[in-house]
Design a protein around this ligand. Sequence first.
Ligand SMILES: C[S@@+](CC[C@H](N)C(=O)[O-])C[C@H]1O[C@@H](n2cnc3c(N)ncnc32)[C@H](O)[C@@H]1O
Length: 249
Amino acid sequence: MDTTEEQFDAHAEAYDALYPLLDDDHPMITFIRDRLPPRCSVVEFGIGTGRVAIPLVHAGLDVCGIDLSARMLEKLAAKPEGARITTVHGSFTETRNLAASRHSAVICVFNTLFHVLQQREQARTLEAAAAALRPGGLMFLENSSAHRLVRKYPDGDAVRVHHQETGRVWLLAGVLDELRQRLDVTHIRIGGGEISPVPVSFRYVWPSELRLMAQAAGLDLVEEHGDWSGAPYDTSSRLHICVLRKPPV
Ligand SMILES: C[S@@+](CC[C@H](N)C(=O)[O-])C[C@H]1O[C@@H](n2cnc3c(N)ncnc32)[C@H](O)[C@@H]1O
């Protein structure tokens, strides 16, 4: 399972149990809603099963999304709000998959940029966002802090318990390659007489690298935070949250 598409197709069945829908008043949802005009059009890059898109719909936004994984999109379509969300099955790195200059916001959260495994393609993601935004539109990015990720793997690999209940355990076994900025994690579910491994890969991006990619794509960095309550980004931050803006004409 080498491609992101294959990895998330395999991940789709258990995704919602692991990562449930965000509450409508989750700080991420209010942070985004408070910076946008009411009922405006937003596109989520890597919309998945709608963990973020559905509460954004509840916040009154007109949400559409794009995803590489057909299985993740099927899970979204099966939900009641699925009928209110238009989706495209394809890659957000391809501008032809996105309506040009239409959206007030692009949302790319939960390390979705890190699942794009080549640096050039990550830069293309920001270029595609710039092309999809109307002038003055915003891109919201949320990624893990690269320095915190690296610290979790001081010897290059680690296994930790993600979730446990009676007779079942969910382990995360990760291998990190600092030179390639690459993290390969296998989710291992053990229980009910079965062991099921599902791999997920990341190319993590350093904040300085992300700022340069944004600048090259013609997007201005207007906010940078360490959490969705608006705390400043610093060495203690678990998250790296950026708001980028396409310059108004
Ligand atoms: C970590 S999940 C996040 C899903 C959802 N945004 C959430 O917060 O739960 C990343 C999603 O991005 C999708 N994805 C990764 N690379 C992509 C690409 N180049 N184009 C479209 N979707 C992509 C994956 O299939 C997966 O559904």
